[in-house]
Design a binder for this molecule. Structure first.
Ligand code: KMH
Ligand code: ZN
Length: 304
């Protein structure tokens, strides 16, 4: 039987939601982030979506100085596509958020396509003791956070990063974000082919189920025709089931401890690489080959 189109696995290594108390596997020192990213690439991730952390406390950081040490190691050890987050803080300005992408000019960076209540405060109730003092207020405080991505913010980020030739991972947390993107493409702020990351299951965004995924995909078909590529990340327990579903619908997938700390129901993942290996094994069993970094570059039309 003919093999199906290749599937790109992105691994989102640490993010800005989970905290050290929640899992010993969550990387936050420079070496932990580098080691886990390199292992994830070895397991089959061709794109590494990267946030930084304060190496002493594990708190999310958008300081370019906290990216440099692990970026250097990752670039030395792998050929994976580096994708730097521009959404690593719910309180910083857009200029502060894009500073790491400006500093390192990666092949890819995230671009969050609308404002939303963005909350993970529900996680706070699960823990009574915290490893670091900042964690409780950070998690509980997200109940009051708006993740601000106004049209002006998005335009400013797009204009500032355009000279870098970076490909955006457009984060789509709800169906309206597709219309935001279409509007901004029509205004000339983004060029086809675009890469959509459907984000399902963030409180404040669209819920994580197959019907919603089909709705997002149909809406993207209607708005962008064949001018887009797409991937799915689902937060929490449905991370791998929805990723596999996406792969069967012709999409790409994102896993990693940024999006879920688990490897199966109730069982914490040992590492990012373990999640990559699991999703890879299932997708390959179902007849898809995994894209190498250079194949991902070709599929997504990256600057290379
Ligand atoms: N944390 C994810 C839900 C970003 O880094 O810009 C979305 C994300 C955003 O990865
Ligand atoms: Zn991220």
């Amino acid at each position: 039987m003919a093999r199906k189109p290749k599937t790109i696995i992105t691994c989102a290594v640490t993010g800005a939601i989970h905290t050290p108390t929640m899992s010993d596997a969550l990387p936050y020192t420079y070496d932990q982030i580098a080691d886990q990213a390199i292992a994830a690439a070895g397991a089959g991730a061709s794109i590494l979506h990267l946030h930084a952390r304060n190496p002493e406390t594990g708190a999310p950081s958008i300081n370019p100085d906290d990216f440099a040490p692990f970026l250097q190691r990752i670039k030395q050890a792998t050929d994976a596509v580096v994708n730097i987050s521009t959404g690593g803080s719910l309180t910083a300005t857009i200029q502060e958020r894009i500073a790491p992408a400006k500093a390192f000019s990666p092949e890819m960076c995230s671009m969050n396509m609308g404002s939303l209540n963005f909350s993970f405060h529900g996680l706070a109730a699960r823990y009574t003791e915290w490893k670091f003092p900042w964690e409780r207020d950070y998690v509980a405080g997200s109940e009051g956070n708006i993740f601000r991505n106004t049209f002006k913010d998005i335009k400013e980020a797009a204009e500032t990063l355009a000279p870098h030739g970076v490909k955006f991972e457009h984060e789509i947390y709800d169906v309206g974000h597709l219309y935001n993107l279409k509007f901004m493409m029509d205004q000339g702020h983004f060029k086809a082919p675009i890469f959509l990351q459907f984000v399902l299951g963030i409180l404040g965004g669209i819920g994580a189920d197959v019907e919603n995924l089909v709705f997002l995909k149909r809406t993207a078909d209607k708005l962008f025709g064949d001018q887009y590529r797409w991937s799915v990340l689902a937060a929490g327990a449905v991370q791998i089931p929805l990723a596999v579903t996406a792969s069967q619908m012709g999409g790409h997938v994102r896993v990693g401890l940024e999006d879920s700390l688990f490897i199966s129901r109730g069982e914490l993942a040992e590492s990012n690489a373990q999640q990559v290996a699991k999703v890879r094994r299932i997708i390959e069993d179902l007849g898809h080959d995994i894209a190498t970094p250079d194949e991902a570059r070709a599929i997504l039309d990256l600057k290379g």
